[in-house]
Design a protein around this ligand. Sequence first.
Ligand code: UDP
Length: 379
Amino acid sequence: MRIGIAGAGFSGAVMGRELAEAGHDVVVHETRDHVAGNCHTERDAETGIMVHRYGPHIFHTGDERVWAYINGFGDMQPYNHRVLSTVGSRVYSLPVNLLTINQLFDTTLDPAGAEAFIREQSDQSIDEPANFEEQALKMMGRKLYEAFFHGYTWKQWGLEPTEIPASVLRRLPLRFNYESSYFAHPYQAIPRDGYTAIIERILDHPGIEVRLSTPYSAADREHFDHSIWTGPLDAWFGHRLGRLGYRTLDFEEIRATGDFQGCAVMNYGDVDVPYTRISEHKHFAPWEQHEDTICFREFSRLAGEDDIPYYPIRMAKDKVLLEQYLDAARKEPGVTFAGRLGTYRYLDMDVTIADALAAADAMKEAISAGRPIPALLQG
Ligand code: UDP
């Protein structure tokens, strides 16, 4: 089969590779002049630092298949991600752990003492948290929530935390020990040569042609037996039912000599600091030495029509619209929708790869059994 893929991020690249290995002819169209989507990395010409152009990406997973897969395409350097948060005039450890609790409450609690203390602080009357704020109040109580989550979340999402799904907070743990690794997964790493090199290798197959700076249009579909769309779901349909909401990010660059902030990511919990965080990119590659440094202040705002979509907002009104688009997608002949944008989900890279592998398996099976190829493949 001749398969056209729109988008050269992880979803498009992994599906393309799997299908090419199964003997199909694959053409990948990419609107940008580089592959790798929002995890694109490039060395900064001035400093030689590997810059994550669209914000920091740390690879973490507990999925053996995904870990083996990514290691097949590049050298993954172990990297233990830690995050700090500046609130008021103090710096705290994140995610909320025993140090954070003892810092904020000016205590010297041990694990059992902290657990009992936080249970007293938390709102046990909330059974099923209906939103981010209720989830936080149930999990940790008001003081921790207000210090670390209320302001940051307001800046990140532009919404009151009562309007945000509880699932967003469930991304983060609450720990009663001094473990401050941001992620709990057994495998955590950053590719030595960057994500773009990994994706270039995934796409490097005789059965794959990559066309950069070449948007995939409805007309291109005629040239293929089947299409895979990893762009925004609503964009495929020309936004005919309305626009799904996204947050976009603006980055303000800081260049300096030496070490700017002493860590990879510093969050800012206060609502009157306009940015959410500062990332210092040389700290994402502690195995490299650089005299100078490059950092980015990150500002979040509602994505306009021409902005790069980052985070799907998934508010109640977006979910209603999403259901309508998913219905339309299921009825769309000859197209499979996949990935973060194609299925409008908040996906980490490992889940994106796992989904893409599963989607490619399902497509290959359908093709060899002569069944229709599923339109929607999501985990
Ligand atoms: N969050 C917060 N304060 C922080 C870090 C995170 O309130 O210091 C909230 C915020 O709403 C964010 C969510 O927790 O969107 C998930 O955080 P994560 O670090 O997973 O966000 P990402 O790195 O994907 O932007």
